[in-house]
Structure formats: C-alpha cells, structure tokens
Design a protein around this ligand. Structure first.
Ligand code: PMT
Length: 217
C-alpha cells in the first residue's frame, strides 16, 4: 500500500524568532512510518519539526506551519491508498507575522489568531481523497463521543483517539493508549509503547483496506 502520514507539531510564526506550537514529539507518527516500512509498504512522511531521525526508506517532506503541511498534503494525497493524520496541527496561527523581532516595550500585547486550514477536514472535500482515511483525536474529555463526532464530521474511516490529559501517554511520551473508533465498532488498545501500538494499527488498517477492496463492486 502507499501510505501518507502526517506527524509532529506545527510552528506558527509570531516574528522571526518566536512561534506558537505544542508538545508533540512526532513519536507516534514516526512509529507508524517505521511499522508500515517494516511491512514493505511505501510511506510518505510529512512532518513538522521534531528531534527524531528520519526513518530509513521513507519519502520525507519537512514542513513548519499548518499552511505548509496543508500544501504538502494537497500536492501528494491523490497518489496514496491510505492517509493517516497524526500531526498535532495548530488550530490557530497569528494573523500577522512581524517582520522584525517584537521589542519588549508595552506592558501587554495582544496577538490576534486566525483559524488554520483543517487538513484532515479537507481530505474528502477539497482534495477529493477516496482512499482509506484515518484521523487522530487528541481529547481531554468525552474521548469516545468527541472522537465519534470527528469520524462523522471529517468523513473518516477510522479515528484513533487518545486521552491527552494524561502525562504518561499521548503528547511527548514513549507510550500511548488508544481507542479506535470505526463506524460500527470501537477497539481499545491498552497502554503500550508507541512502537508496539503502531504495529497493531498497521495490521488493522491493512486488514480494513483489503476488506474494503473486496467489498467494492
Ligand atoms: O507526537 P507525539 O508526542 O508522539 O504525540 C502523539 C499525538 C498525541 C500528537 C497523537 O497521538 C495525536 O493525537 N495526534 C493528533 C493531534 C491533534 O491535533 O488532534 P485534534 O483532535 O486536535 O485533531 C483532529 C485531527 O485533525 C487530527 O488527525 C489532526 O492531525 C487533524 N488536523 C487538526 C487541525 C488541522 N488544522 N488540520 C488537521 O489535519
């Protein structure tokens, strides 16, 4: 299969030296890339800035901002059987990027933020992607209901939900615990290393893609 994966955080510039970002380490997305490669699938990894080594044998596009990630996905996604959106994309970015470093003068300053493009939300509509679509859901409450709502709203085949209110799993940790939401079932994968979870996820996604091909007329 040809698999596109987004991973890592985005950085939204405030001025030439400052940005808004989040705690994503990229580990979950890179673990998926490794696991697909190990099973001889073709992987394109589109990643925000991380400290991780680029996995061997993946095609790699480094990006910084949500807009850059949107552009990279938009140019490539049509060529893939599976797209997995693991990146922690900033939902808002500064409206205006200062060309010079902002000086410390006023006692307080106000940043006006504007919504970034929803990359996963554009997959079916703007990009017309008709392959197998997997989103992640990073939730701090109502994990299952919020993730199921994302499955429907973003027209995904699968949502992999994680509870990011916990410090032992999710963002910037080596382990995760996920609830896999599909149209007719939920599957819980208990706490494990991101590498082990990635192998389970690869098996499941591969099975589902084979099933959906059989069901196609
Ligand atoms: O990188 P690690 O430290 O290993 O941590 C892994 C993780 C916690 C980042 C990962 O498991 C995870 O949950 N990734 C999704 C994070 C997120 O932004 O979730 P969300 O619920 O806000 O977004 C829902 C989905 O829409 C995600 O698939 C996200 O990639 C996508 N999205 C969000 C906003 C946006 N502008 N474009 C998007 O494509």
């Amino acid at each position: 299969m040809k698999v596109l994966i987004t991973a890592g955080p985005t950085r939204e510039a405030i001025d030439p030296v400052r940005f808004l970002s989040n705690r994503s380490s990229g580990r979950m997305g890179y673990a998926l890339a490794h696991a697909f490669i190990k099973k001889d699938h073709h992987v394109l990894l589109i990643s925000g800035p991380t400290q991780l080594d680029i996995p061997d044998r993946v095609d790699f596009i480094p990006v910084e901002s949500a807009q850059e990630m949107f552009d990279a996905v938009s140019h490539s996604i049509q060529h893939f059987d599976v797209a997995i959106f693991c990146a922690a994309v900033a939902d808002y970015a500064p409206d205006h990027v200062a060309t010079q470093k902002i000086k410390k003068s006023a006692d307080s300053i106000t940043l006006v933020l504007t919504k970034t493009p929803d990359i996963l939300g554009s997959a079916r509509t703007v990009f017309q992607f008709n392959g197998y679509l997997v989103g992640f859901a990073a939730e701090t409450e109502n994990l299952e209901s919020n993730a199921r709502e994302k499955l429907t709203r973003k027209n995904c085949d699968m949502i992999i939900a994680n509870d990011v209110s916990r410090s032992d799993i999710g963002f910037d940790s080596h382990e995760n615990e996920v609830l896999i939401i599909e149209a007719s079932e939920n599957t819980r994968l208990p706490v494990d290393t991101k590498e082990h979870l990635a192998h389970h996820l690869v098996e499941l996604i591969h099975q589902r893609v084979l099933q959906s091909k059989k069901e196609q007329p």
